[in-house]
Design a protein around this ligand. Structure first.
Ligand code: NAP
Length: 283
């Protein structure tokens, strides 16, 4: 495995396993298979409803805690968010069966963002989260958070795939010491990603699948990737991507696929803001 060093010295695997949209009753099996395949970074969220199952798989894996990198995410909290955030973190830790998280992310740039962040800073200082970061923050929101708070987010997990590449934003994050992490690295298969002719052609040049080309393209750019699959053979395929290098010419060809726009939702769109902000998790 290759690692990236976060702005507070924590080592994070470049490749991990995401569990969004895996039903809770299938998550323990999927995560157990992912751990057996060799994944050590697990990415879940309170909002996914499967933290408990992730915890069961961790518990029965026999893998030492220090060899795992576990991320979960705080859902949107109302003001004043300090107490809610601490309660939410404790609930996640209990469900996961852990005494600390490796990375705790604010899932959305909504609600009492400052209150949530200050509470996350406290959790970090107490060692309950080795690193804290954000997800779905666009440049304006990220800069505002960095400038006006003590701890700079270690990670920003954002939609990043061949059709929405975020190269300029990655550069800005690098300048501020924020590690970019891709969600939806395969664009969840949208735009016929897995049969894209250009990616297929590059895959043939290396004897690799489209999925492997995409994951190599991300990791070679220094983007942490967390592909999701419920199928053991794909879990193994998605992990087998660090033994080849894309050439500069191949990277340049993949750059031509960028549309510069989300395939999912724009976090600046008022309807999306209202929709996501309106959701609350049961305590
Ligand atoms: P994704 O990884 O882009 O795509 C998953 C899809 O690709 C599934 O349909 C999967 O099908 C298929 N797939 C996986 N490996 C494949 C392969 N080798 N060949 C062909 N098809 C393959 O989607 P995602 O789950 O949305 O994103 C990844 C992770 O990012 C999530 O699990 C979650 O942890 C995180 N995420 C975070 C946010 C956020 O707001 N922070 C939002 C979305 C996602 P099968 O399962 O049937 O194999």
């Amino acid at each position: 495995m290759q690692y990236t060093t976060l702005n507070n010295g924590v080592e994070m695997p470049l490749l991990g396993f995401g569990v969004y949209q895996i039903p809770a009753d299938d998550t323990e099996r999927a995560v157990s298979e992912a751990l057996a395949a060799g994944y050590r970074l697990l990415d879940t969220a309170a909002a996914y409803g499967n933290e408990e199952a992730v915890g069961c798989a961790i518990g029965s894996s026999g893998i030492a805690r220090e060899d795992l990198f576990v991320t979960t995410k705080l859902w949107v909290q109302d003001a004043p968010a300090e107490d809610n955030t601490r309660r939410a973190a404790e609930t996640s830790l209990t469900k996961l069966g852990l005494d600390h998280l490796d990375l705790y992310l604010m899932h959305q740039p909504y609600g009492d963002v400052y209150g949530q962040w200050r509470a996350m800073e406290s959790l970090h200082r107490e060692g309950l989260a080795k690193a804290i970061g954000v997800a779905n923050f666009y440049p304006d929101r990220l800069l505002d958070l960095i400038i006006n708070n003590e701890v700079t987010p270690a990670v920003n997990q954002i939609e990043t795939h061949p059709f929405f590449q975020r190269a300029d934003y990655q550069e800005l994050m690098r300048e501020h010491g924020v590690q970019i992490q891709s969600w939806g690295g395969f664009a969840e298969g949208k735009n016929d990603l897995f049969t894209n002719p250009l990616l297929t052609e590059i895959g043939k040049e290396h004897g690799k699948s489209v999925a492997q080309v995409v994951l190599r393209w991300l990791t070679q750019r220094g983007v942490v990737a967390i592909p999701k699959s419920v199928r053991a053979e794909r879990m193994a395929e998605n992990l087998d991507v660090l033994d080849f290098e894309l050439t500069d010419e191949q990277m340049a060809r993949i750059a031509t696929l960028d549309t510069g726009a989300s395939l999912f939702f724009d976090h600046h769109d008022p309807e999306i803001v209202a929709w996501i902000s309106g959701r609350r998790l049961e305590a």
